[in-house]
Design a protein around this ligand. Structure first.
Ligand code: B12
Ligand code: SF4
Ligand code: SF4
Length: 357
């Protein structure tokens, strides 16, 4: 293990390499137990993770892997946390929420799949560190490892864990991704930033499915869970709240005052692909499965899968109340996909109710 001065140099190297790789922020978190991590077990045990069973994976000793960084990486001494802005200059979801012709794909999914983009950048950082300390361990992750990345990034001084549960940076807002490198290097940790939500509650009040309480989310009610993670039927009491959201949901970030002047990125990989900003419902509904695969190749939006997208399209059509969707919904009502057929029937009932009201 390198000594004091050498470790300080490695810290500087990590921060400089992150900047050169295109990250907007980088900081270092320690791996000691924390109040944030202690909040994980009660959260997952109360069922708020819904069907995201991967979140509840346990280590050999029976504890949740996410409960402590060293559960998954016993050799860990620090976490290098980096952030990349994905905000692009285009409208907010609420600007088109009442357009019956259009649906909403979340901002984070407009460009190329962030998992690949951030991983490439993290690889550049790790490569520089490995050259200087080939005997040390470096585990790179964007989402997939059992690390609560926002809790680590909060400790690394990248922002505060806000009431909408997003990490917000006072200059960048919250439209940024996180990537992390768990390392055996004993890098000195940064200081966290203060919470600046104050008395604001806009996100909590704007959430259409009442998924938020201050600093905590019942993910089983979150629209991003319902349209990206949940595979079966959407609970009926949450369908109307989904509005026209097809992939993810931006509402609690779009209403946040810290995003009002959030900077945009010029990174080519995060610029909106044609047809991703506020797409026409009928245009997406006409995609065959092959055309769907082509359209969403290398996009984070493909997590919804063809069946999930059509299920959300049916709900968006029903929620619009627009009779123009009758023909598509009638066809889907007879579809071999039983979940789609049932959602199409629900949507048709909404349109008929609207027509007779
Ligand atoms: C599962 C998951 C989801 C789920 C569940 C979200 C959730 N809140 O858990 C769903 C599908 C709903 C989701 C939605 C979104 N996600 Co997501 N998601 C993840 C993932 C893979 C795991 C998160 C996790 O472990 N959750 C478990 C819960 C317990 O953790 P937590 O929400 O962070 O909770 C912490 C707080 O509650 C806090 N806490 C507890 N008590 C208290 C008390 C106080 C006072 C305070 C201050 C804090 C606090 O500590 C908890 C940890 O114990 C992470 C990547 C990762 N590996 O971390 C990305 C991640 C969190 N998601 C991300 C993004 C971008 C999104 C979306 C914006 C995508 C979209 N547009 O639809 C939305 C945002 C919704 C929102 N308001 O958070 C980013 C967040 C970036 C940021 N700036 O915050 C991450 C980090 C992915 C990445 N690599 O960039 N996501
Ligand atoms: S992403 Fe949407 S549904 Fe989820 S908590 Fe935020 S506003 Fe609510
Ligand atoms: S909308 Fe208000 S309460 Fe919610 S995250 Fe933003 S500042 Fe915090």
């Amino acid at each position: 293990m390198p000594g004091g001065a050498a470790v300080a140099e490695m810290r500087d190297l990590a921060l400089a390499a992150a900047r050169e790789a295109g990250f907007d922020l980088c900081g270092i978190a320690g791996v000691a137990p924390s109040a944030r991590l202690a909040a994980f077990a009660p959260w997952v045990e109360s069922g708020q993770a819904g069907e995201m069973h991967y979140l509840a994976r346990r280590g050999a000793g029976g504890r949740y892997l996410r409960e402590a960084v060293r559960e998954a990486w016993p050799w860990a001494q620090a976490v290098i946390c980096a952030a990349a802005v994905y905000n692009a200059p285009a409208p907010r979801s609420l600007d088109i929420a009442h357009d019956p012709a259009r649906g909403w794909i979340s901002r984070y999914a407009w460009g190329d799949d962030y998992h690949d983009c951030l991983r490439r950048r993290l690889e550049q950082v790790a490569q520089r560190l490995r050259q200087q300390a080939p005997e040390e361990q470096f585990h790179l992750t964007v989402d997939t490892a059992p690390l609560i990345e926002r809790a680590a990034a909060e400790q690394a001084g990248l922002g505060w864990l806000a009431k909408n549960t997003c990490l917000i940076h006072p200059r960048l807002g919250s439209y940024f991704f996180l990537g992390s490198i768990v390392t055996s290097l004993p890098l000195a940790a940064d200081d966290p930033l203060p919470d600046r939500c104050g008395s604001c509650r806009r996100c909590i009040e704007a959430c259409p499915t009442q998924a938020l309480t201050p600093h905590a989310m019942d993910a089983s009610r979150c629209i991003a869970y319902l349209n990206l993670e949940l595979r079966g039927p959407v609970p009926e009491d949450l369908r109307a709240g989904m509005g026209n959201n097809l992939i993810g949901c931006d509402i609690c970030q779009d209403v946040c005052p810290w995003n009002r002047r959030a900077p945009v990125t010029d990174a080519p990989e995060f610029q909106p692909r044609p047809g991703f900003v506020a797409p026409l419902l009928l245009e997406l509904a006409a995609l065959t499965e092959d055309a769907y695969r082509e359209r969403f190749r290398h996009s984070a939006a493909k997590r919804a899968k063809f069946s999930g997208l059509r299920r959300s399209l049916a709900l968006a059509m029903g929620n619009s109340g627009n009779p123009a969707y009758r023909a598509t919904l009638q066809r889907w009502q007879a579809d071999a996909d039983a979940v789609l057929a049932e959602h199409a029937a629900w949507a048709l009932a909404q349109i008929e109710q609207g027509a007779t009201a």
